[in-house]
Design a protein around this ligand. Sequence first.
Ligand SMILES: Nc1nc2c(c(=O)[nH]1)N[C@H]1C(S)=C(S)[C@@H](COP(=O)(O)O)O[C@H]1N2
Ligand SMILES: [Mo]
Length: 432
Amino acid sequence: MQQDFFPEHHEVSRRYFLRRSLELGGGAACIGASGLNDDLLGDEGKPTAAKQVTLDALVKKLEFLTKPAAFGTVERGNPLPYKLPPEKLKTAGLTRESWRLEVLADPASNAQVTRPLRLADGTALTFDGLMKMAEKHSVRFLKTMTCNNEDAPLGTGLWEGVPLREVIWTAKPMANIRRAWFYGYHNEDPKQEFRGSLSIGRILEDPPGVPPVILCYKLNGDWISGKRGGPVRMVIPECYGFKNIKWLTKVFLTNRFNANDTYAAGNNDIDSLMKTMARFISKPRRGQAGQPIPLTGFAQVGVNGVSKVQAWLHPKDKPLPKDDPFFQKAPWRDMDILPAPGDFGGGLPAGTIGPDAASPVHGFNSKTGRPDSWPRVYALAHWAGLLPGVPAGRYDLRCRAINNQGIAQPLPRPFRKSGHCDIERVSLVVRD
Ligand SMILES: Nc1nc2c(c(=O)[nH]1)N[C@H]1C(S)=C(S)[C@@H](COP(=O)(O)O)O[C@H]1N2
Ligand SMILES: [Mo]
């Protein structure tokens, strides 16, 4: 199978940032400037009042969660499953009323499952059944969805679901199970199948500080739309997008040890945990000589967290440092990582992650609704800062993130097929 799997229906929304910034222009103010401390303005910068307002205005535009409709999308299918006519949508099991999940033993392995959940005998899990389990087991967590092949994330959500293990346990698995393979609806055409897999160990037990793998039915407080993979999609906190199977219909428990991911055939590193990287949100194209340059952006928080974000301005006519492909010797300047927002935006009802004993948010205090620590792994952190003024000229502006082990992006894993993390570069013209 090729990497360009159904290229005609492989829509990757590169306009995500454009759309998002238009939306932000509409007035969402989610992070108060109160989060910024005085050092932000720096010693050398001595910004004018006007420029301070500019950075403040930029920071006020930041919105933590992405509205579901503003997510970037990576999808395949002819037709796209959620675009089927209403009648077909029902027979395909892609409405909440008609949705069924099968949990089966792989017939080609000796996996022992005592009570498989089958369509044929009416034991498949229904949406009502899932909601019954949700009453007791539902969890919520922040996660940024990122395609490993894209240079920027698709969106950040508050995802709600039932841990996959709770459903697997109802099937009474007994022995000879090493992996789960899972499948999205594929128009009854094997060529359209989109698959992911995990070790059974990861599903049954969570790594320290990481939320469970969930059967997800809500995004930012609303039922997950067809476009985002509803009625139910897989959401795996630490993984890149391709394991987060949309329109989920089937889970196979197998004793085969190998992965079965569709993305394996596309030269992707399918075991990769999300990487730490910084990106710009405001991308200044023009500046005025001697005036500090206000910057905002975000860092995707990978497996080893984010301790710092830095920016660097380099005159285009000056050679780049030799034998330093990752610019480790460049004069980077620290930016400020912003605290958790009060209002998370993203269309979340009330905007806040309020206390909700019924559905706790991983890493948040259930009484206060505030995070225990910040930033949260596998989500985002916003950053902001001012670079000191420079003489007129043409410049390259870059940003990078440093993880909690002190390792700077794109290290320690610079290879693209385990997830893009190249240092972003923006051209800037400074005039007198
Ligand atoms: N069924 C199905 N699930 C899928 C895909 C797909 O094509 N079909 N694409 C995957 C890939 S490669 C990515 S990056 C994410 C993107 O999620 P999003 O479109 O909700 O942003 O969905 C994943 N889940
Ligand atoms: Mo992807």
